[in-house]
Design a protein around this ligand. Structure first.
Ligand SMILES: [Zn+2]
Length: 273
């Protein structure tokens, strides 16, 4: 069963009353994760996509500059957008089943919605600009495994963990704690991600649909909830994680970020053919 927490998608993108509910569970990759994925994708845009994007962004803005807009300003601009950043799929589910989605207010449906809107030249420029801001962010979000996998804990937000003797939660661990622990500035991280992107991996990662991306994230989330590789039981609050967890999950994290980069570039190159 797929769990949802807010109302059906409201299609009008303007004129909402501000809603002051907690949005913490809506944040996916921390700011650095989003910036780096966008920066890496930007390096593989076609000249046509580059030109079209330049025309939609403000002068001087890069994809990395706008990659966090949906988290920093998007909630105020579109108050019902909090649930668009994720979809809660129980980690006990074998596969992500799109047939179980009966609502529009989730990251899977929103990627499909904004991809269409961005490609539609009959739409006003303002709407297409906003579609670009959301699409860049959500393609990244869906690759954060805890934005898909859920253990009745708001995608790990309610599962408290100790990571290298610091208190955090599983969701935040995958948003930013792992990224910061591995360390490095945006340039270093972009290089790391780009090194994963070979002709072979690009071919492999370019095959799937948005539903497949969600399924992959679900499979990674199952591993993220394990304290040890060979114990499939998801851990609960209070677990102590350190070097072994970091060692095991670092390749998974980098691969998810690289997949996001490849797919974001693919999306934009296809839209602006
Ligand atoms: Zn987000």
């Amino acid at each position: 069963m797929i769990r949802h927490s807010t109302n059906r998608l409201i299609t009008c993108l303007t004129a909402f009353a501000f809603m002051s509910t907690s949005i913490s569970s809506a944040f996916a990759w921390g700011p650095q994760g989003h910036r780096v994925i966008a920066r890496s994708a930007e390096g593989r845009l076609t000249p046509a996509a580059r030109a079209a994007i330049k025309d939609l962004l403000l002068p001087g803005d890069t994809l990395a500059d706008i990659a966090n807009w949906a988290d920093t300003d998007g909630h105020q601009a579109v108050p019902d957008s909090a649930s668009w950043h994720y979809i809660n799929v129980p980690i006990g589910d074998k596969k992500f089943d799109p047939k179980l989605i009966h609502r529009d207010d989730n990251v899977v449906v929103q990627i499909k919605h904004f991809r269409k809107l961005l490609a539609d030249k009959s739409k006003p420029k303002k709407e297409r600009q906003r579609a670009l801001l959301f699409l860049v962010h959500f393609v990244s979000d869906i690759h954060q495994p805890l934005h898909v996998g859920d253990n009745n804990d708001k995608g790990g937000n309610l599962t408290q963990v100790q990571f290298f003797n610091e208190g955090t939660n599983l969701h935040r661990l995958w948003d930013s704690d792992l990224i910061h622990k591995i360390g490095g500035n945006d340039r270093a991280w972009t290089d790391r991600i780009d090194r994963q992107i070979t002709a072979e991996s690009t071919k492999e990662w370019s095959k799937g649909t948005v539903d497949d991306w969600a399924d992959e994230s679900l499979q990674v989330a199952k591993l993220a909830y394990r304290q040890n590789a060979n114990d499939p039981r998801p851990f609960a609050s209070g677990v102590i994680l350190g070097e072994p967890y970091l060692k095991r999950t670092e390749p998974l994290l980098k691969e998810q970020m690289a997949r996001a980069s490849v797919r974001l570039a693919n999306e934009l190159n296809a839209i602006f053919k």
